[in-house]
Design a protein around this ligand. Sequence first.
Ligand code: PXG
Length: 483
Amino acid sequence: MTFDSMAIGAGPRATAREDADTRLDTRTLQQLDSAHFLHPFTDHGALGAKGARVIVRGDGIHVWDSDGHKIIDGMSGLWCVNVGYGRTSITQAVARQMDVLPFYNSFFNTTNVPAVKLAEKLAGLAPPGFEHVFFTSSGSEANDTALRMVWRYWQLMDQPERRIVISRRNAYHGSTVAGASLGGMTAMHAQGALPISGIDHIEQPNFAEHGRGLSEAEFGLLAADWLEQKVLELGPDKVAAFIGEPVQGAGGVIIPPQTYWPQIQRICDKYGILLISDEVICGFGRLGTWFGCERMGMRPDLIPFAKGVTSGYVPLGGVLVGERVARALVERGGDFNHGFTYSGHPVACAAALENLRIIEDEKLVERVARETGPHLKAAFARLANHPLVGHAESIGMAAGLNLVRRKGATVHDCEPFARDLAVGMVCRQHMFDNGVIMRAVGDRMIVAPPLVMTVAQIDEMVERIRLCLDLTLNDLRQRGWLD
Ligand code: PXG
């Protein structure tokens, strides 16, 4: 199929101008892209030399590039297209709302219908005790909002000296100044004198990295106790909150042992510390529950969310506010001096309402829990017998495997590749070239496919992954990087 013949975005209502845009060939698009478009987290010199892959269309679990290649989107866009591409009912809901009221603000005692309906809907879907929601347009803004809520809460509780938020190394909480500070990505901190004051980090609960000699259950308790040690070191009366992703996503699908979160909860309860469950990735069915905290056995006070709430069709995020914080903020807080032009954007809220209807009607959360999640787990477990794979883990519709130089009897006995070889990137290229998108986090290869992916499609995706692992193995041998 040629680019021209695809009529990308040029349905019957497309204008002449749109039509002309779709006729740009790949090389021209790449040149214009490189000349003008600064991409997130990208080395622009390298991108310019190589040219970006131009994605032009999506349908179901697939996307197409501008050269006509059909690719299984193993990453749901970027952890967000939970209901898959091409859902015209969302398009229609958005178009209807744009006709009726494309925008109105929710400052100055005003509101709008989709925002009201969505707030009520989210309160119904959230764990018990979450009756309020604050809307943003992204996950980063959601975490900024959570941080400002935490600080305001302790002010209202007459303990303003409780300011420190503890997070974890290798966590991802966004890219704004607060989001990057809360996150534990050292490469981000290094470029901006971050973290800002009042944010501290402990080690992540990564069994493969730190659990040598322990059972997973023992390691979970040990990793949680790092929080208690940090609280005691800082002084319990200085600690405001702990923030964590139920399962670390961007950090590489790091699945904590089952003992971890319940022990974190006990420590937060013991010292009265607020618990923030960053559900930007884990929310809306990713782990086979509506929210990841339900799967992990914790009772957070705040739940930042984004991505899956609209399946990425329109940007939307927010914070679900639990009883404890809501009581202070809503009942005795007065003005909360925080908010965004687009808080409660009617079009984004309309997209979310239709997206959530699809997730409910198609029972996608239940499907992940009972059918597709276990199937993906079994399929990834089988990949662990590949000569390049040290270990493989999976939870719900998220999975990861480690590429290793030599396999070992346990996860702790595998020999990794030298970091500077960037073996993960070699593997990722084979995946792209063979029609499946997998993300490389160092030498850990991860997927988080759309929740609509069927069992047969999981098999097809994993078959392709195995083929690409074989190609990577041969490639590495040819480069002389393997014995
Ligand atoms: N929290 C978590 C847990 C996230 O995963 C954010 C906050 C920030 O959301 P926004 O909407 O501001 O981007 C995220 C975003 C990756 C990758 O490479 C992951 C994210 C963003 C960009 C790249 O896996 N997650």
